[in-house]
Design a protein around this ligand. Structure first.
Ligand code: ZN
Ligand code: ZN
Length: 157
């Protein structure tokens, strides 16, 4: 979906977009972020002298993969948008890449570590069992000093 700003010629003029939109899947650290549902966009655009200022919010659901247990889960987002597009940097006022802007704003608001829940237990380091589903009975305690370090790391993060 491209944004047409060519009809916002006068400084001070503005328009509001309230729409359900499709955002194509995109990538974060080579992980695919899926977008199974439509998003609700509420955006106000105002022409200031040298730029267009976009403010508003986008809400919806992303399908992500937990970095600890590797399960897919749905993650609700509500992202505030505040973006200034400098006129001199806009090549074509009739075709401003709104989707790209929205994707970028969504990415910036995702946590650095993507987890299905903050107390996700992850996978057993020995047998690979998803420990959120059941305990596998492996003796993971104090087997390998490297694992101990990893445990400390998880505690801190
Ligand atoms: Zn998880
Ligand atoms: Zn196990």
């Amino acid at each position: 979906m491209n944004l047409d700003l060519s009809n916002l010629k006068e400084p001070g003029s503005s328009k509001r977009i309230q729409e359900r939109i499709k955002i194509p899947a995109f990538e974060l650290h080579s992980q695919e972020i899926e977008t199974p549902y439509l998003f609700d966009l509420d955006l106000n655009i105002i022409n200031t002298n040298g730029s267009f200022v976009l403010t508003g919010q986008i809400t919806g659901v992303l399908s992500l993969i937990c970095s600890r247990c590797l399960e897919k889960f749905e993650h609700e987002i509500q992202v505030e948008i505040e973006e200034e597009l400098l006129k001199e940097e806009l090549e074509n006022l009739e075709r401003v890449d709104l989707i790209g802007i929205l994707q970028e704003n969504i990415l910036l608001n995702l946590p650095i570590k993507i987890l299905c829940s903050k107390d996700c237990k992850g996978l057993c380091t020995i047998c690979g069992q998803n420990l959120n589903e059941k305990e596998c009975g492996c003796e993971r305690e104090a087997i390998d000093p490297r694992l101990a370090i990893l445990k400390d790391f998880y505690k801190k993060s």
